[in-house]
Design a protein around this ligand. Structure first.
Ligand code: HEM
Length: 445
């Protein structure tokens, strides 16, 4: 087996080495390095190197086939712990397995049917507000608010009304903390209690959120009735063997995990979707044909009437995979493509690279929803916006349902148009988000 060596002649920052470039602009540098150094290469930095797995076959090996060699998440997930605690996204091993078993039933088809009407109603409400806009609007904060409201209601049903605004504000503050840490990694070396104006805001946000979430959990435990929402499912879930359910701390972490994992991803996906639709009038026309043909129908039974909309969503997640990469830590010695992988190695799996590479796609930069026609569907090896293997996104069907509903509701009511000169550029931080927001002109129909 070949020993891994850092890519020696990659451009280097005087302090951070090549990692500086990987961090600032991974969308450019990873494909470039993959072409130069091959399917497995290491990016060095003084605070620890990362090995990029740039071949889809080897990525599948890490995520699925040899999952037991890579059961821990990578270093970057430490940032997510600030937001989510030790929930499904950040935990590992047996603890994760137990939590996944307990939370999985909350995402069954029947549960998604139960929140369908709420998703439609909330989207209509936001569409009515947006259609009033006289000037071009940055839709990015609007969709963050809408998707946060949808996940909050899916989680807490009516309990969320009183605290919805404050939950949104505090989740946004914690999100901002995580982004700062990613942009300024030296912050990792400051003790978490180091007093700065920002840490004060962060601690206040965390304490308030904890109080809101624990308050709702306590009331639910005392009341004992079933509210037919995600929290009720989490509260009633118990391990078949031990008969044990989740503690209040576990519940808090899973609730925060769903808040964070379940809104920013979908909000960004919506921004990219509307950008693509606004800049491709021929695709917008086809969408409108489908939406008009379906009449007023938008309920659980009528989702099948929107196959083209679904293809547009899937193609948009190919061009803009909002989770652009996933990370793992090797826990058992392995070999990847002839390279020796030691325990402790941090691996980076660049999902976007497999979605964009000319090696795997014809005209990869073209927005072509028909790639997802039933007889042409791409292999899950090169297309996996929701991850792969045992840790695949638990909310994938939730997200797809939500995105199709939002597209149908918003396009029925209004037309989106690009704003000349407004820069549209992806920024690969935790999620792939529009760097300058997403300003679009809106016109009612
Ligand atoms: C377009 C929207 C979304 C995208 C692109 C997306 C993508 C992903 C990806 C790639 C992973 C795997 C991470 C890894 O392997 O390290 C993941 C995990 C996860 N996602 Fe999503 N996600 C989306 C929406 C959602 C929603 C709506 C929810 C919740 C309602 C959610 C909850 C989760 C959770 C809890 C995990 C961790 C699963 C586990 O490790 O067991 N996601 N997501």
């Amino acid at each position: 087996m070949i020993q891994l060596a850092p890519a020696a002649d990659a451009p280097r920052h005087w302090l951070m080495g090549p990692a500086y470039y990987a961090q600032r602009d991974p969308l450019t540098w990873i494909p470039r390095w993959a072409e130069k150094y091959g399917d497995v290469f290491t990016i060095g930095s003084p605070i620890g190197s990362a090995t990029v797995v740039a071949s889809p076959e080897l990525a599948r090996q890490v995520l699925a086939d040899r999952y037991s060699h890579y059961i821990e998440k990578g270093r970057s997930y430490a940032v997510l712990r600030i937001l989510m605690g030790n929930g499904l996204v950040t935990s590992s091993g047996e603890f994760w397995r137990g939590q996944r078993k307990l939370t999985q039933p909350a995402f069954h088809r029947r549960r998604l049917d139960a929140i369908f009407a709420m998703m439609v109603e909330r989207s209509r409400h936001f569409a009515e507000e947006l259609v009033e806009a006289r000037e071009p609007v940055d839709i990015s904060p609007l969709f963050s608010q809408l998707t946060l409201e949808i996940i909050s209601r899916a989680m807490f049903s009516t309990d969320v009304d009183a605290s919805a605004g404050s939950v949104g504000r505090h989740v946004a503050t914690l999100n901002e903390t995580a982004l700062r840490m990613l942009r300024q990694p030296w912050r990792f070396f400051l003790p978490r209690t180091f007093p700065t104006p920002f840490t004060k805001t962060e601690f206040h946000a965390r304490a308030t959120l904890d109080a809101i979430v624990h308050g709702i959990i306590d009331r639910r435990r005392q009341g004992g009735e079933d509210h037919d929402d995600l929290l009720s499912m989490f509260l009633s879930a118990c391990d078949e063997e031990t008969g044990r359910g989740m503690t209040n701390e576990q519940l808090r972490d899973e609730v925060m995990t769903m808040f964070v994992a379940g809104h920013e991803t979908t909000a960004n996906a919506m921004c990219w979707l509307l950008h693509l639709i606004a800049t491709h009038p021929e695709i917008e026309a086809k969408l409108l044909d489908e939406i008009t043909a379906a009449g007023d129908a938008l309920d659980t039974g009528s989702l099948a009437a929107y196959p083209y909309t679904r293809r547009v969503v899937e193609e948009s997640l190919r061009l803009y995979p909002t989770i652009w990469s996933v990370g793992r830590r090797c826990t058992k010695e392995d070999e990847l493509g002839g390279f020796h992988i030691r325990p402790g190695t941090t691996l980076l799996i660049p999902i976007f690279h497999f979605h964009w590479g000319e090696r795997w796609w014809d005209e990869p930069r073209k927005f072509d929803p028909d790639r997802f026609l039933p007889d042409r569907r791409p292999s899950p090896e090169i297309y996996f916006p929701f991850g792969a293997g045992p840790r695949t996104c638990i909310g994938n069907q939730f997200a797809l349902q939500e995105l199709v509903i939002m597209i149908v509701v918003f396009l029925r009511r209004m037309r989106f148009q690009p704003v000349a000169g407004f820069p549209v550029e992806p920024d690969a931080l935790i999620t792939l988000r529009p760097k300058h927001g997403m300003k679009l002109a809106v016109e009612g129909r």
